[in-house]
Design a protein around this ligand. Structure first.
Ligand code: GLV
Ligand code: MN
Ligand code: MN
Length: 409
């Protein structure tokens, strides 16, 4: 087994080093936003590697790349994750799961074994939502959840919508509906992913078996006040959009700190006119709040809305625009149990874990049997250039997945 682990780990390492280079920001982490040159290059790389293995490859209308290995049953198990990254992110988030999928297929091919089910190794597009604010483009498209109008509503910093960006990159947004996958014969979805937090490392565990994925709500809030001279306008007659935003942000921050395990982030802020000596007229900022308790999320957002209304009474105009509303997703219990048994059979230490990060599995798992395996993140850190997981740990997840597939009824 040690030789096999080393062999698979070596192959994953090579893949990771190759794909790390597909970035808009060489030397400053991985930046691979959807519908960019980098995402196209990632698709080409995955397509080439899938073809080298002998998989039957298709690219769907969402930009997902899927390599098929026929099994003795036509029922399909999809094994995938996303190939996009956040800006200045790491080489493992998402991509590692696709590369593990390739290694699962490679194992069967190398050993001349027909898998018991047809395997679809999938690289999904735009899970992160970093460019357009929402994300889960392919996973929602698999379930037929996009309308053409919605594609026009998600807009990037330069004013390009999903709809525009798709056209620019040679995809037809009106065809996105074609990416919907037949539920009949779709046995399930398995995603291998790095943990992105410290829990597995703290517990010194090799395999994480995900039980649930957190609920997430994301919004863009715009507050409009009044621009004035920074030196002459007295404090009591200003409508300073930044000062108003600070109150809203503090409100969110206090709520989150008061609720165990809840998290809230303001990761993006745009100020207009963004000048040192002008009272800011307008601010747009993002809010990303997460909890496993739906009622806490709802209450937090209600309090933010109340706070915005009181700003309106004080003379500000505002807009609050949701870009993502995900409820908690439970992984399929029987599959999690079976993954646990596989880890045990192979002698790997394991633990149950909840995911605070969003995943394509959170979308697909609402309608299709879904399970996730986590691999420890060194230092518990992710969405940063230093993100690292040991390729031997990724190889262990590959072996657990193969055992799981082989024992699946
Ligand atoms: C994706 O990684 C997210 O959880 O934001
Ligand atoms: Mn991520
Ligand atoms: Mn991810």
């Amino acid at each position: 087994m040690k030789d096999q682990l080393d062999f698979i780990a070596g192959r994953i390492e090579k893949y990771i080093e190759d794909t790390r280079k597909i970035t808009a920001t060489p030397g400053e982490g991985v930046t691979r936003l959807p519908f960019t040159l980098e995402s196209k290059r990632a698709v080409h790389y995955l397509e080439a590697e899938m073809k080298k293995l002998g998989l039957r490859v298709t690219e769907d209308a969402s930009g997902a790349i899927i390599g098929v290995l026929d099994g003795s049953s036509p029922e399909r198990i999809m094994i995938g994750s996303h190939y996009d990254s956040v800006e200045h992110g790491g080489a493992y988030d998402g991509m590692a799961g696709i590369l593990c999928g390739l290694e699962i297929a490679a194992y069967y091919i190398r050993n001349n074994i027909v898998p018991p089910y047809t395997l679809e190794i999938a690289g999904l597009n735009d899970e992160e939502g970093d460019r357009f604010g929402g994300g889960y483009l392919s996973s929602k498209a698999f379930l037929g959840k996009w309308s053409t109008n919605e594609l026009k509503e998600y807009v990037d910093k330069n004013g390009f919508s999903y709809y525009d960006a798709m056209i620019l990159y040679g995809y037809d947004p009106n065809h996105l509906i074609r990416a919907e996958r037949p539920r009949k014969g779709w046995k399930g979805y398995l995603e291998i992913h790095i943990e992105q937090g410290p829990i597995m490392e703290d517990n010194n565990v090799e395999i994480g078996i995900v039980e649930s994925i957190v609920a997430i709500q994301r919004y863009y809030i715009t507050l409009i006040g009044k621009a004035d001279h920074a030196g002459t306008q007295p404090m009591n007659s200003r409508s300073d959009a930044v000062m108003a935003a600070i109150d809203i942000i503090n409100q969110m921050h206090r709520y989150v700190l008061d609720h165990e395990g809840m998290v809230g982030t303001v990761g993006e802020i745009h100020v207009y006119p963004n000048e040192i000596n002008i009272v800011p007229e307008k601010i747009t900022f993002s809010i990303d709040v997460r909890s496993v308790h739906q009622e806490w999320l709802d209450e937090c957002i209600k309090q933010i809305n109340d706070a915005l209304k009181s700003k309106e009474e004080a003379g500000f105009a505002y807009e609050i625009k949701p870009t993502l509303i995900n409820t908690v997703t439970q992984m399929k219990k029987e599959w999690s149990l079976a993954l646990e048994e596989s880890a045990e059979r192979l002698g790997f230490s394991k633990m149950r874990i909840n995911s605070g990060a969003g995943h394509d599995a959170a979308i697909i798992g609402k309608e299709v049997n879904t399970a996730m395996l986590f691999v420890s993140s060194v230092g518990g850190r992710s969405h940063i250039p230093e993100e690292y997981s040991d390729e031997r740990d990724l190889a262990k997840a590959v072996l657990v997945a193969i055992d799981f597939i082989n024992h699946m009824s």
